[in-house]
Ligand binder design. Sequence first.
Ligand code: PGA
Length: 284
Amino acid sequence: MEGTMEAQAQQHMDKRLVICNWKAYLGIAESVRTAEAIAESFSDSEKGCLLAIAPTNLALCRVGEIISKAGISLCAQDIDIGGKGAKTGSTPIEVLEEAGCEFAIIGHSERRHRKAPETKESDALINRKLDICLNSQIIPILCTGETEEERYRGATNNAIKKQLVGGLEGISAEAKEGIEKLIVAYEPVWAISSNRISRIPDVTEVNEACKMIRRHLYSLFVKEKADRIRIIYGGSVEPANVSAYLSVNGIRGVLVGKAGTDAAKMEAMLKAVGSGPVAQLLPS
Ligand code: PGA
């Protein structure tokens, strides 16, 4: 039994990841319709990739029912700290687990860089959320990436380091023990929701960032565990560029925003993911 579970976990690790973050683009009925269309076109040929969808919280259960039948996983866009109890407006991890979430996006730049300063998510808060996920059944996807200003100042490495160290240093021993399930997304803030080719990184930049992330992970965790942490890319991923990003050594998947809400684009994207070359796990 244990052997089978381990084999399943390994299979999971070997797959390319396509995580769709629907943000607040779709209402409940639209989420259901889009989930149905994506589930219908998610054919056996694409099962080499692990597809997950993160709808609005209010649609999690209905979308989950539809996509689970097609072998697609459910993802939360965020979690709240603290468990069940007297916490008005909160969505604790236990409820997300009950809804069937296998993944949760943590520290997305749209939460880190909110306009009102008092609502911005800090590395300290992200650290607590990661600890909670790492002690649960849910796989956290930690978003990292520099702003445009940091990029022009040559501060990309520092920005990524701050987010990784601030998000992961000092997590509990239990969370550290299971750290290999963590996924780190490299999402340059300047490339998110961009439709200009000059505003998305080329494969060399993504490879460099991937190496930086891996170096910082080595400074935080033992190499054997750090090597298993998967890195994915996000920022204006489209059917036309997904293969290029997936060909970068060290990149194991993509985090897709806007394009993931369009079933036709997703069909094209998954075809490209299914047929593209397989990159190495570690950057070179
Ligand atoms: P985008 O969003 O694909 O619309 O750029 C990506 C993200 O924010 O995760």
